[in-house]
Write a protein that binds this ligand. Structure first.
Ligand code: ATP
Ligand code: MG
Length: 559
């Protein structure tokens, strides 16, 4: 972890924990868990939950468990499990003990369901889904009791056994707890705790024909693991009475408590796993780790660092009020990190040929440039100057616009770290496109401007004979609308930014970039922050733009 994130801000959950420690609730212990369902890849919202759960355990000298909440076998897979494990590690966190699975507790959960039946607190219901909805009532009207609610304990035990052994077809009945069909809280109107599903499970195989509901599995798994503070998002607030009811009515080994916080919503993107899966399945993006995806693996491939994501999570804080965080905050977190830690380099993305007519053919001169203007410890890099150079097409205008700080016909500009050059002649092809500039360099300007000298500005460049070819992928925000889900009459897919990926081939980078490794970050001077793509090789060098140097979206929004 870096210095920046060593001082953690406090929040309301930490205040509760500090009171609990003081009063010796849970014997002064703090055990949290991060409980992803392995039905997709983790996204930036999960990072908030990971930082909160693991960060809280670290802060109070406790433990955090990684538990796969795997009660929906049809939607889950080993691929998702593997990606989640790798993402949590990459973010810099280590769980206590083994990785845990709710499926490890299926036998215990089943036995507790049997316990509830024996206590007269659970029953098998044969109402179909539609009838059950009808009986449930509404927010304003109470529900009514199912005609199956008063089955005897023995009958319930026998029926539940049939559900379990697979002799009852899927959907034919469910197990419900008997609480109160008139409760103002719909979650307490005899919620379903077991469903029949003849599905293959990625962990338990074909052993189970019945699967526990989220509500039945979650709190009891917490209790088995001796979780003290079970932290979840606000939509579970109304489930808390059920969480407590189950804990109080079962012979569980500990008394966990649930606390809710507001989930992270980020503009210009989406954080619903279902919709992210749709983007992948319908091939709107390259995959779950496409650098435009708000997934942890996508952010990683985009060039985000673990520290930048942790710092972002600290910056947004933990509260109980729902809001939308500006994407600019996430971008600013990575800019801060890379500004301090990414070495500088030059890369010309859309090359324009520049011939230095007064520099001898075949000669070259090497310059040492600092890898970082403010951090000597990052050392130096060497760039080569020669007769055949390349500059950025957009750094030249034949007739300089007002306040032009780049090259124009007849004008001079400094090449970063080298000489001032002057454009003497503009060469065009038959179509009238500029294809080459004939320039002269001034040997007296090496590194410094002589007194009275006027050059327009500083631009980046490479030596055409001493540079490495590469591909540059300019990534931008995935959606053009701040809230792509707000227009209910249209699909979020309608707002995909058609320019979210622009691929530039034939780019040329300074020679020091020949030997880079995947995931290394750089600032390409004047162009933005870039990282080496994970599939990049020395024969096929690919850089991904992480973020521009400045927030260009703020300007667009202000008009
Ligand atoms: P989805 O609603 O997309 O299906 P989920 O919230 O059900 O996602 P889980 O895998 O169950 O996904 O989430 C694991 C943990 O991460 C849960 O504790 C959940 O509350 C938390 N989490 C999920 N999304 C967010 C978010 N946007 N902000 C904060 N925490 C989140
Ligand atoms: Mg969930």
């Amino acid at each position: 972890m870096t210095k920046q994130d060593s001082v953690k801000p406090t929040n309301f959950i930490h205040q509760i924990i500090e009171q609990d420690i003081e009063k010796n609730v849970h014997g002064g212990q703090v055990i949290t868990r991060f409980p992803p369902e392995p039905n997709g890849y983790l996204h930036i919202g999960h990072a908030k939950s990971i930082c909160l759960n693991f960060g809280t355990a670290i802060k109070y000298g406790g433990q955090c468990h990684l538990r796969f909440d795997d009660t929906n076998p049809e939607k889950e897979s080993q691929e998702y499990i593997d990606s989640i494990i790798s993402d949590v590690r990459w973010l810099g966190f280590q769980w206590a003990g083994d990785i845990r699975y709710t499926s490890d507790y299926f036998q215990q959960l089943h036995d507790w369901a049997v316990y509830l039946i024996k206590e007269g607190k659970a029953y098998v219901d044969d109402l179909n889904a539609e009838q059950m909805r009808e009986y449930r009532g509404t927010l304003t009207e109470p529900g009514k009791n199912s005609p199956y609610r008063d089955r005897s304990v023995d009958e319930n035990l026998a029926l539940f056994e049939q559900m379990k052994d697979g002799t009852r077809p899927e959907g034919s009945c469910v197990l419900r707890v008997k609480i109160d069909m008139a409760s103002p809280n719909i979650n307490m109107r005899d919620p379903v705790i077991y469903r029949i599903r003849h599905a293959h499970h990625h962990q338990s195989g074909d052993q189970w024909k019945i699967y526990p509901s989220y509500d039945f599995a979650h709190g009891q798994s917490d209790a088995i693991e001796q979780i003290t503070h079970s932290i979840c998002t606000l939509e579970f607030e109304d489930h808390r009475p059920l969480y407590d009811w189950l804990i109080n009515n079962l012979p569980v080994p500990s008394q966990p408590k649930q606390y809710e916080f507001a989930r992270l919503n980020l503009n210009y993107t989406i954080t619903s796993k279902r919709k992210l899966k749709q983007l992948v399945d319908e091939k709107h993006v390259e995959g779950w780790n496409d650098p435009r995806m708000p997934t942890i693996s996508g952010l990683r491939r985009r060039g985000y660092t673990p520290a930048s994501i942790r710092n972002f999570c600290d910056m947004i804080g933990v509260t109980r009020s729902n809001g939308i965080v500006d994407m600019a905050m996430l971008e600013s977190a990575i800019r801060d990190d890379l500004d301090a830690n990414a070495p500088r380099a030059m890369c010309v993305t859309r090359p324009l040929k520049v011939t230095i007519t007064n520099f001898a053919e075949g000669e070259e001169e090497w310059f040492e440039l600092a890898a970082h203007p403010k951090d000597e410890s990052m050392g130096h890099r060497r760039v080569s100057f020669g007769r055949n150079l390349l500059i950025e097409q957009e750094d030249f205008e034949e007739v300089a616009p007002r306040k032009w700080k780049r090259l124009a016909a007849g004008e001079a500009v400094r090449l970063r770290g080298a000489y001032v050059i002057r454009c003497e002649e503009v060469i065009k092809n038959d179509a009238g496109d500029i294809i080459e500039l004939k320039c002269t360099y001034d040997p007296a300007t090496k590194g410094v401007n002589p007194e009275g000298y006027k050059a327009n500005g500083v631009i980046h460049w490479v030596n055409a004979d001493h540079s490495v070819p590469c591909e540059v992928r300019l990534y931008d925000r995935l959606f053009t609308e701040a809230n792509p889900e707000s227009d209910k009459s249209r699909s979020f897919l309608d707002f995909i930014n058609p320019e979210s990926l622009v691929v530039l081939t034939g780019c040329r980078a300074e020679p020091s970039l020949a030997e880079v490794k995947p995931e290394q970050n750089f600032q390409f001077e004047r162009m933005g922050y870039f990282c080496v793509d994970q599939n990049s090789t020395s024969d096929n060098l690919v850089f991904n733009r992480t973020v521009t140097l400045r927030d260009s979206w703020a300007k667009i929004q202000q008009g």
